[in-house]
Design a protein around this ligand. Structure first.
Ligand SMILES: [Zn+2]
Length: 555
């Protein structure tokens, strides 16, 4: 009898230890357009992207729980919904077009209370309980989404760390394809080692021999495909063998948000900037604090030795791709001497530079390894002011640098004669494709200070032009089923605040930044039939305000 009870208890423990299986969040086949921890600019993807045919597909809670957070933003996850379950996990649904009515009424009340489209609301566990399979929202394309899909995350509720949702979904996504390797890069890792530091296309390296001397490293450019979908996704596990000895292994099964930016050290950042490809490095920079590395031992090549090197790349379904090549040890004098500049900024140390009239502070956690850092100044003929080069845009910065630039004489004169406000000045970075990118900044004693997170070329610019506002409606007589659309844009610093009032009362309009518009359905505004006056107040980052009035009638 006692034994039976123990068996029963063991069985129950086994059941709870085996993670609860979640139902698929939509009644459509699960086709993925992005996988967990896939490589993205400045972050690892936190979940799965499930393709949808257009928007408006009902989204169900994958398990019992309660709505624990509703976050609405023009950026990021757009309309996001968080459900906390009773198994220690929280699921996140992103880029939604709409919430289910019971969630919508709660969040709308909060938006009207705060008079803000953007809200981040944390209901308590009793306000919005949900059942497994209950429709909680509808899929969309809001926020930083470029094509309709559902972004699904599973997080450890205690730590908030994203985990791979494929480990939780009851129905698996078909995957019989091993990862695809595009190429390998070779690195000489210390001052005495030597190798031709170069990217080899797979067909040039497979079963070939590379000459090297001393401490060498490798990086791999690879993706993974599911059976259906056709979009390249991420590889879960990378292993590297030196003569059958495991020397390196990384596993992407958990990605804390405070570490996700270390991707700029996980990959070869300069290759990403220059050639738009992600090479995952199989060695660790000293300032890289990711927890994904299981093994990392040096590969040392001595003259006369032949090392059989093998990469093994694995996806979540267990498919493995192997790539073999040889490294032959040769004397270092066979290589051209390194021309690399000696680093003047050591990883882990803080620095203050005063150079070319500007001031730059670099924190100890800013760089992943020792770097050569330089400041220079030129007179820009395009912008007709000094342009400062601060470091090199191919060097990744993990933390913000503090940058202080003197305001050019011309602007100071305008401030003195009150034709310019100091708040209209800001620091801008020159963009990849030309033009200026707003960085920000505060004015003090004739200088502007800002905190960029990307190195490059900077200058002081002024935004004196208020945002542009115009009607995007084809009619001025609207029915309840119509939408009101207001076009808004800004020439330089960008939209900071947007508020719409109808007949003097604040009304909720969504800011759709990709289509540069504010939008609301007439029926959601609670307007009576007859004439109405809409006033939109739009402000840019430099405090320039545009007030725009539009008269319309509701049928
Ligand atoms: Zn996503």
């Amino acid at each position: 009898m006692k034994l039976k009870l123990i068996y029963l208890l063991c069985f129950m423990v086994f059941l709870s230890a085996n993670a609860q299986k979640y139902i698929n969040p939509m009644d459509i086949p699960t086709v993925l357009s992005a996988s967990f921890a896939e490589l993205r600019p400045n972050h690892f993807h936190g979940g799965l992207d499930i393709s949808t045919p257009g928007i408006g597909v009902p989204v169900k809670s994958v398990a019992d729980g309660y709505v624990s957070r509703i976050k609405v933003s023009p950026y990021g996850y757009g309309h996001g919904l968080y459900i906390t379950h009773y198994d220690g996990h929280t699921t996140v649904y992103g880029h939604l077009s709409e919430y289910a009515p019971k969630v919508d009424s709660v969040i709308r009340a909060e938006q009207y209370r705060l008079q803000s489209f953007e809200v981040d609301f944390f209901p308590d566990s009793t306000l919005l309980p949900v059942k497994q399979g209950e429709v909680v929202a509808f899929s969309g394309n809001t926020g930083g989404s470029f094509g309709p899909h559902l972004h699904l995350e599973v997080r450890d509720t205690k730590t908030d760390d994203p985990l791979n949702p494929l480990a939780f979904l009851e129905e698996q996504v078909d995957d019989h394809r091993a990862p695809t390797v595009y190429g390998i890069k070779v690195y000489a890792l210390d001052d005495t080692s030597a190798a031709l530091e170069k990217y080899y296309d797979l067909r040039y390296i497979s079963n070939k021999t590379i000459d090297a001397y001393g401490h060498v490293g490798f990086g791999v450019n690879a993706v993974d495909f599911f059976d259906v979908g056709g979009r390249p996704c991420g590889v879960m596990e990378v292993s590297l063998y030196d003569d059958d000895r495991l020397v390196f292994q990384s596993l992407l099964d958990r990605m804390p948000f405070d570490k996700t930016r270390y991707i700029n050290s996980f990959v070869d950042f300069a290759e990403e900037q220059k050639h738009n490809r992600y090479i995952q490095k199989s060695f660790i920079d000293p300032g890289n604090h990711l927890d994904i590395y299981k093994v990392c031992k040096p590969i040392i090549v001595k003259p006369g030795e032949i090392h059989k090197i093998r990469y093994e790349l694995k996806d979540f379904a267990g498919n493995v791709r192997k790539v073999n090549f040889n490294v032959r040890g040769v004397d270092a004098k066979n290589f051209v001497a390194k021309t690399r500049r000696k680093p003047n900024v050591l990883c882990g140390n803080e620095y203050n530079f005063y150079d070319c009239g500007i001031e730059v502070n670099i924190t100890g956690g800013c760089f992943y390894k020792d770097e050569y850092f330089e400041i220079s100044r030129e007179e820009s003929t395009v912008y007709k002011c000094p342009l400062y080069t601060v470091g090199n845009r191919e060097i990744p910065a993990h933390e913000n640098i503090t940058l202080t630039i003197p305001v050019p004489e011309g602007f100071m004169k305008k401030i003195a004669d009150s034709t310019l406000r100091s708040g209209q000045l800001f620091i801008a970075r020159t963009g990849n494709k030309g033009g200026l990118v707003y960085v920000g900044g505060t004015f003090e004693d004739g200088r502007i200070t800002a905190k960029p997170k990307i190195l490059g070329k900077f200058l002081v610019a002024a935004d004196t032009v208020p945002p542009r506002v115009f009607s995007k409606n084809s009619a001025i007589i609207l029915g309840q089923s119509h939408s009101i659309m207001i076009g808004i844009s800004d020439n330089l610093s960008g939209i900071a605040k947007y508020n719409c009032y109808i007949d003097g009362e604040w009304k909720l309009f969504e800011f759709d930044y990709k289509n540069a518009r504010l939008i609301s359905q007439v029926k959601k505004l609670g307007l009576s039939s007859g004439p109405h006056t809409l006033v939109a107040k739009i402000e840019d980052e430099c405090g320039n305000v545009k007030e725009w009035e539009w008269k319309f009638r509701v049928r």
